[in-house]
Design a protein around this ligand. Sequence first.
Ligand SMILES: Nc1ncnc2c1ncn2[C@@H]1O[C@H](COP(=O)(O)OP(=O)(O)OP(=O)(O)O)[C@@H](O)[C@H]1O
Length: 873
Amino acid sequence: MASIPQRHTYYGGETSVYTQSETTTRIRRKHVTFGPYILGSTLGEGEFGKVKLGWSKAASAPLEVPKQVAIKLIRRDSIPKNSEKEIKIYREINALKHLSHPNIVRLEEVLQNSKYIGIVLEYASGGEFYKYIQRKRRLKEAVACRLFAQLISGVNYMHSKGLVHRDLKLENLLLDKHENLVITDFGFVNEFVTHNELMKTSCGSPCYAAPELVVSTKPYEARKSDVWSCGVILYAMSAGYLPWDDDPRNPDGNDIVRLYQYITRTPLKFPEYITPLSRDLLRRILVSDPRRRITLKNIQRHEWLKPHSQFLSITPEEWDKAMLAKGVFRPPRPVHTSKRPQSSCSTSSTGSKGEKRDSLVMDYTLVPLPAPPHQSQSHVITKPSPPSPEMRVSPVRHNMNRHSRSDSAASIALQAVVNAEREGINTIGSGGGNAHNSSVGTRANASGDHMSANINVSGTGTSTNRNVAKFVIQRSNSVTGSVSPLINHDSAIMEKGLLAGKSLEAPQPNRNITPLLNDGLIHSNKVTHRKPRPTSYHPGSMAANRSASPGTMDTLTGVANMAASRAMSTAESSPLDSAPSLMPESGLNSQEHSPKMLPRRSFSVSEPSLDLQSVSGDLIKSHGDAQPMARRLHEQVEDVDYRQRRQSRRYSSFFNSVTEEGEDVESRIVPVHIVPGGAPPRISTTAPSASPSAAPSRGHSRVPSADINTPPNGIPSGLPSQSVSLSNSELVASRPEKDRKQDRKRFSFLSFYSSYNASRSSLVSEAPTHRRVGSQTSQRNSLSRPATRGSVRPSTQSSQSAQPAQQHQQQQQQQQQQQPQSLIAARAGRSKKNRQSAVPSIEGTQSPPLRPQGEQSTARKVMDFFKRRSMRV
Ligand SMILES: Nc1ncnc2c1ncn2[C@@H]1O[C@H](COP(=O)(O)OP(=O)(O)OP(=O)(O)O)[C@@H](O)[C@H]1O
């Protein structure tokens, strides 16, 4: 039979032509939907659950590419009312709805149904920033400068609104399509009402948290702690590893008090490839004494950021106007006339990621879309939504979910880099510095190119904003060499500082010490294996330490103050360190002011008060769910369990990432048979079987189902095609909750083994995006797990597969012991509920459960599979 082209499906990069025969193989197509969005692959996992790629079902124009979004799905039943988790979610939503800046993730809307809350965010397709640094080993100065300017602009903007992030770290930074920085994860955001208002709750991540948060029980100036975190991020960008990560007595950084003793006592050290200007800025930021720490305003004026001074001069009000008018979008990635900068390590991974991003750009050109007048290049896939004066968000009710994202991912990744780096330093010696210096001019030019690229895009549709237009024009000038008044002004100030010759730093001995001779590096080189350090520091995490050693804090406070000055004066220096002060004024007495903060009480941690997003389809209009919560922030919530739970999550993350696999919104979805030629979809209304024996087959088809329709670059296939979902109530009614949970658990363990077993092909379906997600997850886990957790890593799993089955089971019992009590308790609870069939080996039970003959649990099958495989080996 002749092949008849049936329809064209856009797979992102290629236009596939289906033939009749191909169609039959793909006839069973189902889309998992959440409100107006079709869900795609899992982008990542956080404390609250999975973040899924989504795209709008209906394009506003016939040929328009659907808008892509990232949907943070939070299971409502996993967040206790009035819990800290709930507060975090409210915080995030309430903060994001006030923030409209190109370097802050945009909140599209908040949807909910009876089971999930979906925080719909702008999709940052460039991925996680720490992975980006990891791929590149470290960022080139021009790139670091550009991204740091964006970070500072975003942070300054939120400070101007009276909000502080309080958990700035690499893990909370994403990149958009054009490698612009996107600040995300506003779960710890808080409001300062006046510029002097101090905060009391310590939060953040140890490696990024300012010393005053840790070494002192006094209230702290929250914006200054954000500044510190920015400094750590800048250091990590430039050096490729975190500062003060080399304490031989505390290699894991587990002892936070010791970590901060080390931070406050140890002078900041730099690898030789960090330039003097950059060092100067870092030395001003990473000052232990917050009063001496540079302010954001002065950071913006620092000489090192001069190439981006015009970008930084855009005021928050201007951003508000520009973003509202949708006239200014993120600048595109710098246009490199030469090849993309290649990382010296793992070019393949860099290449593939780069290709992926490039392919998205190319995809756009493949589809003959009429570009909207204010379409941004940085939003190629998205469509601009009509400007809404205020986001509509829904009141939310939520619960806690598991956290499979390790807190120390960046640390480990960066540690790996620095280890490699140090080895490199040992072999290369100090020759790199000269090469670097000689290329400064080139970088400056590259930066100029980037400016010009910015202009072109930023200029689109900015006519409503005089100041932003000015920025655009001045950008143009800067490329051609003319200096804008702003630059002149700044330069004059800088020169003043230079002429004054006053530095915050005491005169430094020009000791010309290369990193090779650096103490820290020497002893670090001896450390062959470094376990990761936790990077998250949260309320209560210090409680134990404080109570354990009450005197420590006072001592440390003194240490901090003393060390603040000592760190400046005794810093290890290289010949390049002797640059004079470049700041117009010291950060000592300068006060930041908040240009225009949010109206008082406009930000709260209470339930978002805006109208619910009207939803249709499978979502329930849940106005009735909205219970007004008159609840204000409890600054001093002492969650003594939090650290333990957080720690536990790290250990349990592997299991969690697996056990959630089956429990997604797809549970509401039934397969849709798509009949070629546009016939209406047949909806299978058969309720999924709850019988354990049916589990494996459903598990195979369901686990990757969310990803099946997502091509590698995330462009949905066959979007105009039929997509049907049943309402929750229908499915909830059709199937007992207990059974569904039971099935999901089995699927989860099935996917646990199948994803990471060498012979997974026999267990998992072939969905390519699922493999991608799986590999991401595995990579994440492998990066983020300390050695103690190595036993559950996939590689270890597969290497152990040759061991006898008994030994394997014993190992799993050990793993079980490592899991957090909560997980064990939860499992124990489940087993109480007639869960004998659920993974006996994992449960650690000695006697296999009794079950009717012929009926075998998924877990049992998996274990049998292992046994068989072991026997074969
Ligand atoms: N807007 C987005 N675009 C693309 N990916 C995203 C986006 N938001 C989140 N992700 C991915 O999902 C992961 C988890 O997201 P996020 O950190 O916001 O979740 P969370 O629940 O707040 O986690 P945590 O509080 O533990 O940091 C991120 O690391 C990232 O990989």
